[in-house]
Design a protein around this ligand. Structure first.
Ligand code: NAD
Length: 310
């Protein structure tokens, strides 16, 4: 049994913390949103009055927060006078810090370095699998950690996930996550464009799906999250594009990918364009819809396709 402090009990963190309780761990949680804290308490999480309190007696501190800004603020706090004591200062030396949020690679490295400088161990372990995977305990964890620390964290992550992949040192998990989602966004747009072109050429969705799913265009965006209703009955397209994976989260992840492209001097024309498409889609009312609803934006595009202004 491990004593865990869990910070961020939202859509993902709530069910993840519940799975740790189910696995027999003692979990003390904190979230500034009272409803989130109460929901977690109903699943056996012990509510703390502050983030620092949740971290104080923990062997492991897990964070599942909205962004890198939230992560660094939680790690650092605002001072121990009148301000809030940060997690790094509140925890006992040697505590294992596990950040499961999706954040900038640079922020992940900064957070890990600051935790290690204070005598802790630190890993980044972002996830894929969404809210359903969090509830079912089948998340994929992409882990950036020193070799020996990965061995320590793997059994714990197994209580929340089905696949745990070591992606290298600090920031490696975040790097893998944004590379994966850059491909996912690009493939979803490409599949959507193919269906819209097919519609205009008189192809029905089932026929095009049957061909592409058994041909070289086969991919997850087609066979699991097919953006048109019909061919894959469980895809969000059959449920009015309720997420699933909301376009706002995809736009966020692509923003992180853009930061990494700039930081490394990498030119990714398709990935950068996908970031633009999803930022626009989210801003124009699509934020809360599944990211496969981008097919409607593709269908609504006007202009002359010969000049690329599709
Ligand atoms: P969410 O907004 O539902 O939950 C985040 C929670 O963190 C909120 O309840 C918020 O009140 C809390 N919080 C903020 N500051 C805090 C602090 N200092 N201490 C404690 N709690 C604090 O978001 P979510 O959907 O659970 O996503 C969490 C992270 O997981 C994000 O980084 C997101 O990009 C990533 N992610 C989400 C999904 C998904 O499908 N929702 C999938 C993969 C990855």
């Amino acid at each position: 049994m491990t004593v865990i402090g869990f910070l961020g009990l939202g859509h993902m963190g709530g069910p993840m913390a519940a799975n740790l309780v189910r696995a027999g761990h003692t979990v003390t949680g904190f979230d500034p949103v009272p409803e989130a804290l109460a929901a977690a308490a109903s699943n056996g999480v012990r509510p703390a009055a502050s983030a620092a309190e949740a971290a104080a007696d923990a062997d492991v501190v897990i964070t599942m927060l909205p962004s890198g800004r939230h992560l660094l603020a939680a790690y650092r706090g605002t001072g121990d006078g009148d301000g809030t004591l940060g997690l790094i200062a509140a925890a006992r030396p040697g505590t294992l810090f596990v950040d499961c949020s999706t954040v900038d690679v640079a922020d992940a490295r900064t957070a890990a370095a600051e935790a290690e400088a204070a005598g802790h161990r630190a890993v980044d372990a972002p996830v894929s699998g969404g809210v359903a995977g969090a509830a079912a305990g089948t998340l994929t964890f992409m882990v950036g950690a020193r070799e020996e620390v990965f061995a320590q964290v793997e059994p714990l992550l197994s209580a929340m996930g089905g696949r745990i992949v070591h992606c290298g040192g600090a920031g490696g998990g975040q790097a893998a996550k944004i590379c994966n989602n850059m491909v996912l966004a690009s493939s979803m747009i490409a599949v959507s464009e193919a269906f819209v072109l097919g519609e205009r050429l008189g192809l029905d969705h089932e026929a095009l799906f049957d061909v592409m799913s058994a041909s070289s265009a086969q991919c997850w965006s087609l066979t699991t999250y097919c953006p048109v209703p019909g061919p894959v009955p469980t895809s969000p397209a059959n449920n009015d594009y309720r997420p699933g994976f909301a376009a706002a989260l995809m736009a966020k992840d692509l923003g992180l990918a853009l930061n990494a492209l700039h930081a490394t001097g990498t030119v990714a024309e398709i990935g950068a364009r996908a970031a633009e498409v999803y930022a626009g889609f989210a801003e124009n009312g699509g934020a809360g819809r599944d990211f496969s609803a981008v097919v409607e934006e593709v269908r609504a595009r006007g202009g002359d396709s010969r000049d690329g202004n599709v």
